[in-house]
Design a protein. Structure first.
Length: 76
């Protein structure tokens, strides 16, 4: 099995060291696996898409604005 190296800052390493029961290699492997699977699904969904980057940004902006409004309304 190939090996990769992941760099973390000193603070994060100290915090990880406080949890010696955790297999950090496995946590990292799972996170990478999940990210790859998400990207592959996105690739499948967008392969045939005719949306431009501008279209996608406009949709994302609308979703974010809607989310902000919902949070604001729930905070009142």
């Amino acid at each position: 099995m190939p090996t990769i190296t992941v760099n973390v800052d000193d603070d994060l390493k100290e915090r990880m060291d406080k949890r010696p029961e955790i297999n950090w290699s496995e946590v990292t492997r799972q996170a990478i696996q999940e990210k790859i699977e998400t990207l592959e699904v996105m690739d499948e969904l967008t392969t045939e898409s005719e949306l431009t980057a501008s279209d996608v940004q406009e949709i994302a902006d609308k979703i974010n604005e809607s989310g902000r409004k919902r949070v604001d309304e729930e905070s009142v």
